[in-house]
Design a protein around this ligand. Structure first.
Ligand SMILES: *[C@@H]1O[C@H](CO)[C@@H](O)[C@H](O)[C@H]1NC(C)=O
Ligand SMILES: *[C@@H]1O[C@H](CO)[C@@H](O)[C@H](O)[C@H]1NC(C)=O
Length: 288
């Protein structure tokens, strides 16, 4: 085949892939299982919408059917409206076992009109303690917004509506363990944590307002699906060879966007908490 011919083929494959990827996006009936909370978790609208609810007896949650070894995971969420104090809505990747890896987004509720906090953490080989917390620049209860976790061999990036807000780079060469040896599932849950969630536990859940409900739609994983029987993974984008998410890292513009976001909206950063690390900050804090 001449160069022109292969260019055409590459374009056709690219278009084919985009179509397949679009069609394969999100059906909660196929992609997730309800793991707890009984009837408090509901899949509706032919698999396009999932709701979790919380009452005084129990919260609820789901996890993906597939385990993944790297991917870009997007979901749209609309959080508990009104007085959501004491409630926590989560979206996270986690492996199994005692020295597990985990990439966390936890949305801490608040009194009506007071801001939600997005609490994030990264665990590697069972060790977390890498908390960063942010306010959002919008009310996350009014509409659906897209929350994304990019996890590839180079980096982890958490984004909100396409704006990167946190990065955890692979610094294995500096002795910081990076999650790249254990497949993970996506999990999500809505639960009560009024002992610590809102203003450090000062504001309790108002159970007269229960049930509390959060909604999910448009789950999309461009990812490598792990097969435990063959101990290997197959990636959605292999056919086009260079899957952009697999090698993506933040360019200078994106780094600048993270910085300016964090300057305005970050409210806690373990990397600046001198009380906590009197002997010096963890090594990943020294890189920017
Ligand atoms: C709740 O609102 C208070 C007052 O604005 C704020 O200090 C706090 O960070 C907010 N979020 C949480 C989860 O406590
Ligand atoms: C794949 O990525 C490499 C390195 O980034 C680049 O040199 C090459 O042109 C890419 N190939 C395609 C088909 O995009």
């Amino acid at each position: 085949m001449n160069t022109r011919g292969s260019m055409v083929l590459v374009s056709v494959l690219a278009i084919w892939f985009m179509v397949v990827a679009a069609v394969s996006a999100a059906n909660f009936n196929q992609d997730v299982s309800i793991t707890w909370g009984g009837g408090r978790a509901n899949i509706q609208d032919s698999g396009n919408l999932l709701t979790l609810s919380l009452d005084q007896t129990s919260g609820s949650g789901f996890q993906t059917v597939n385990q993944y070894m790297f991917g870009k995971f997007d979901i749209q969420m609309k959080l508990v409206p009104g007085n959501s104090a004491g409630t926590v809505t989560t979206y996270y990747l986690s492996s199994a076992g005692s020295s597990h890896d985990e990439i966390d987004l936890e949305f801490l509720g608040n009194l009506s009109g007071d801001p939600y906090v997005l609490h994030t953490n990264v665990f590697t080989q069972g060790k977390g303690n890498r908390e960063q917390q942010f306010y959002l620049w919008f009310d996350p209860t009014k509409d659906f917004h897209t929350y994304s976790i990019l996890w590839n061999p180079v980096t982890i990036v958490i984004s909100v509506d396409g704006t990167p807000i946190r990065q955890f780079k692979n610094m294995a060469s500096s002795g910081v363990p990076f999650p790249n040896g254990q497949p993970m599932w996506i999990y999500s849950s809505l639960w009560d944590a009024d002992s610590w969630a809102t203003r450090g536990g000062l504001v309790k859940t108002d159970w007269s307002l229960a049930p509390f409900t959060a909604s999910y739609r448009n789950y999309n994983a461009q990812a490598c699906i792990w097969s435990s029987s063959s101990s290997s993974s197959s990636c959605t984008t292999k056919s086009t060879s260079n899957s952009s998410w697999m090698s993506q890292s933040l360019d200078n513009t994106a780094q600048a966007r993270i910085k300016s976001f964090q300057k305005k909206y970050m409210i806690y950063n373990y990397c600046t908490d001198t009380k906590r690390f009197p002997q010096g900050f963890p090594p990943e804090c020294l890189a920017t």
